[in-house]
Design a protein. Sequence first.
Length: 559
Amino acid sequence: MDDFSLLIGGKAGDGIDRAGLIIARILNQLGYRLYIYRDYPSIIRGGHTFSIIRASKNKIRTHSDKVDFILALNQDTIDLHRQRLKPNSTIIYDSNIVKLEGPSLGIQSFGLPLEKIVKEENGLPVMRNSCIIGGFSKATGLEWDILERVFKNNISKGIDLNLKIARRGYDEAKEFFKIGPLPNRSLPVVTGNEAIGLGLIKGGLRAYIAYPMTPSSSLLHFLADTAKDFSLRVIHPENEIAVILMALGFSYAGERVAVGTSGGGFCLMTEGLSLAGMAELPIVIVVGQRPGPSTGMPTHTAQSDLHFVLNAGQGEFPRFVVSPGDAEEAYFWSCVALNVSWKYQMPSIILADKSLCEGTYSFDVDSLEELKEENPILWDKKGTYKRYLDTETGVSPLIFPRDKEAVIKVDSYAHDEFGITTEDAEKTRNMQDKRLRKGRYLTKELERYETVKIYGNKGSSLALVSWGSNKGVCIEAAENLGLRVIQPVVLSPFPTREFQKSLNGVPKIVCVENNSTGQLATLISRYGFSVDEKILKYDGRPFSLDELEERIKEVVKRL
């Protein structure tokens, strides 16, 4: 099979997320490229949670509504997902709990007594997913040694019992058809948050500070788990105000630092963001978007904080804002963001969303250009040190408190070149010009990067314009429909000239976004680009490939 999808579902607490990841890693052993979409409620136990694992011979970054397999650990998985079945789909289910009736008749299916098997082996209820994975592996003709190897690499507790239960499911199932290997090398399987974390480490991260807030929480967990390997300080303070202020202390001391949050936590950080702007302290902020206003839907996705991030904080100061669209971009641009912060002494914001943060991808680091940690401009120790020396680029040489040869004065008030508070009109104006000048030089430097990307049919007269995690679904839909895709990756300073080049020969623009107002459409209109149509989705779920293709076809009819 060149491209297929499976859905595994149960209730929160059934281990659906871990089970989906193990299935993906089994398929990864066969050379498949993978993407996992996770859907779960904001409760610890109960409710309905499911993962859609899509496998393909080609690079993929999105899921499909229709699935080839359903692995059902409870009745809700059948009842809520019947419409996803194809005529030739296969259902594997817990026959102790699930009953197949009505529309599922005629679908290929078989039940395994998961609950009974687990009890007979004195296992924990969560081990039912090991049993159903064993059944799926047998049904698709996978060799037992592949499953065994993946289990041993991914399960740290109770591995022997899990394998025993999985083997019971494997032996009691029957083979329906065979999923064969592909001539692709296996790639690491990572989440978007893990890719962000790896990119920050590549850029020289020394400290990560965060208060847990979905969907950025798993970035905190990942960096905490790997802290010893990379000599990181990972700290969980009492709230987001403490997070940003502690991080600015690290920055002042010369430590490369990043923080992570979502929209609600970023609200609390905005005064600290302005402090970073005035004091010219380097900091990277990862903002994982989810629906709002207020608490909204904590475990779902949105792209509704773009204008907030671009305009957050009082006063005017430059910032670097980047919105990666997949694991490779998350890794690459997180490293760049850290370098930019320290080179230009300004805040960098990595604007992600739940779909990117918690989506799981096949990660090909070899497809990227080589990155390295870049050093900031340091004081040459000649003369008297001026923390805010007014230079041609606006970037002042740095020195840190551990160096006894300088007195370093950092101020949140208007200040002069020494960092001493002032209300003098000329000095105030000059310092503001200095800060804004950095943004202009950054704009020029960003020309060395591909800040706007083009995919699909470059001869098409209609272009889909998207940002962030919509990259993947737009690329596949455009390839199927013969359209062009334009993806601005950097959103501040906006790459106006590069965006204009990407539109050559395109009279019609359609913006695809996960918000209700078309925030990217509004942004690009400020730079003189008019949008003909918007395809918007704001129910907390990302676009599936099937859905977006249908909505594009409707728009094309109107244009």
